[in-house]
Design a binder for this molecule. Sequence first.
Ligand SMILES: [Mg+2]
Length: 229
Amino acid sequence: MKRIFIFDLDDTLYDERTYVTSGFRAVAAWLARRYSVGSGEILRQMEAHLDQFGRGAVFDAVLRSHGIYSRRLVAQCVGVYRSHLPKLTLYPDAVACLARLRGQPVYIVTDGNKHVQQRKLEALGLHAGYGIRKCYITRRYGIRNEKPSPYCFLQICRKEHAQPHQAVYIGDNPRKDFVGIKPLGFRTVRVRRGAYKGEQPAPGYDADWTIDTLDQLNERLIADIFASS
Ligand SMILES: [Mg+2]
């Protein structure tokens, strides 16, 4: 029986925080060239704000603290952040896992800004490597087809002439990665890492299996996942 492996991107195959830091660094350097502020100091402030308050208003806060806030400058910072060319590396267990799955149908389904996600895929070498058949950036198909919509997952099934129970999705976010596809029969695996590592999923939102690293996605677990197919 055919088995299809679909991976989430952020915090499943690489550490998303490294993308954020890479973006902050680009913005800090850009600001330092225009204003008399040190890029190292700005970078530290951004990281500290993120750690304390989360995303949403990092640039606003840092610009305000330097007395250079304007909505236009915030928008420019967002532009620099989103358009920067990130330097990213896959988790070592992701590299090993994709190597083990070579020759099998492997896909990526990821939400997010389509240009940003495309640059991440390119920076990681996933757009044309590791034997991945296709990377679906859900927003290319419309906001309504982002997760938890099963739209891209069903596209993969159609492409592979397979049924949902022949496919497994491996993701980290129990708020949206599994709830939309589980009822259709897709198998689901949660990798416990990233921002949702400690999250207790609401009923119906959890994956069928939970692992701590992709090293645990071995032949035995794979056999188990597809046993009842
Ligand atoms: Mg994710």
